[in-house]
Design a protein around this ligand. Structure first.
Ligand code: GLY
Length: 138
């Protein structure tokens, strides 16, 4: 096989794997599945997210609070729109517009959009989530 094609195929496989992993992470957040989230994240996870009001969050404790509030209620869907994967050896940057489709308490459907970037690092053969940055919802 043409070595450059082999390289492209491997990169495509890694992209697919990373997008599937990232979707699994978003889905476990919606389900409030703390054990999956903890398994997918490195204990040293860092992030900027609106909930932290400008502070850099380090570690997992801050996130556990939200999982304790329980899963998203009602029909819902979390989509990575226009996802982009940048693979740099054992590190990958996954960027996309996240669309959260939810049902409000009055039953009306609502879609919120946020820009999100998540960084993954391959450690001992496994991808671990090590950093993310999420914009304010629109
Ligand atoms: N707030 C947890 C996460 O978005 O990963």
């Amino acid at each position: 096989m043409d070595p450059s094609k082999k390289g492209r195929d491997m990169a495509q496989d890694a992209n697919k794997e990373l997008l599937a992993l990232n979707q699994r992470l978003l889905d476990c957040i919606a389900r409030a599945d703390w054990s999956v989230y903890r398994e997918m994240c490195d204990p040293s996870l860092t992030c900027f997210e609106p909930e932290a009001r400008g502070h850099l969050v380090q570690g997992l404790d801050f996130h556990e609070f939200y999982f304790k509030l329980g899963p998203v209620q009602g029909v819902h869907c979390t989509t990575m729109a226009s996802p982009h994967v940048r693979l740099m050896g054992d590190v990958a940057v996954v960027s996309y517009l996240r669309l959260n489709q939810r049902v409000q308490t009055d039953g009306a459907p609502v879609t919120r959009a946020v820009e999100e970037t998540r960084i993954w690092q391959r450690k001992d053969g496994q991808w671990k989530h090590v950093h993310f940055h999420r914009s304010q919802p629109d």
